[in-house]
Design a binder for this molecule. Structure first.
Ligand SMILES: CC(C)(COP(=O)(O)OP(=O)(O)OC[C@H]1O[C@@H](n2cnc3c(N)ncnc32)[C@H](O)[C@@H]1OP(=O)(O)O)[C@@H](O)C(=O)NCCC(=O)NCCS
Length: 152
């Protein structure tokens, strides 16, 4: 198993995974991933098994570096490889990066996505609100969740 940063060449596989994982929620196309990987304000990590990318996750940083906030942009694991700790491993990498700077981490998650909510709560995220109809075109609601930063 290899954990590594993601780059342009991974956009095709990430878009393929998105179509499987988020079929009713405007899955990101390749170009969106290329732009995310190229942005200076994002950190992307992936997990490869036998040369195949099976998981990916991205974090955005906003605000001044002395007082930053973070947002989990996406996290997904190939259905054939779920339930083996990869999602937790990907999140651990992103949260370790956020904790180097300090500052809260935010994310949105479908209110009916029990596996993801379970993962996030186990990592210290708390529900702070509901965004009605956040996901499109499904119209599904999202919880906004927040994890306090180191020292706040
Ligand atoms: C959410 C997701 C990334 C988790 O990845 P994963 O590799 O399967 O998760 P892990 O094996 O690391 O499990 C981590 C934790 O998630 C929770 N979890 C995982 N599967 C679960 C399930 N079926 N039911 C409830 N909780 C579950 C548990 O808290 C688990 O911790 P534990 O094993 O210590 O009990 C994966 O299910 C996924 O890709 N889902 C589709 C895409 C998605 O919904 N992404 C999140 C969008 S906000």
């Amino acid at each position: 198993m290899v954990w590594r940063g993601l780059e342009t060449r991974d956009a095709v596989r990430c878009a393929e995974l998105e179509r499987v994982l988020f079929p009713g929620e405007s899955p990101w196309p390749e170009q969106a991933f290329r732009e995310e990987f190229a942005a200076r304000s994002t950190i992307y990590v992936g997990c490869e098994i036998d040369g195949l990318l099976v998981g990916y996750a991205g974090l955005g940083i906003a605000g001044p570096l002395r007082d930053p906030e973070f947002e989990v942009h996406t996290v997904g694991v190939d259905p054939g490889f779920q339930g083996r700790g990869l999602g937790r491993g990907l999140m651990d990498v992103l949260l370790a990066e956020a904790d180097r700077f300090g500052g809260p981490v935010f994310l949105e998650v479908r209110t009916d996505n029990a596996p993801a909510i379970g993962l996030y709560e186990s990592l210290g995220f708390e529900r702070i609100g509901v965004r009605r109809g956040y996901y499109q075109p499904s119209g599904a609601d999202a919880y906004t969740m927040r994890r306090a930063g180191v020292g706040n």
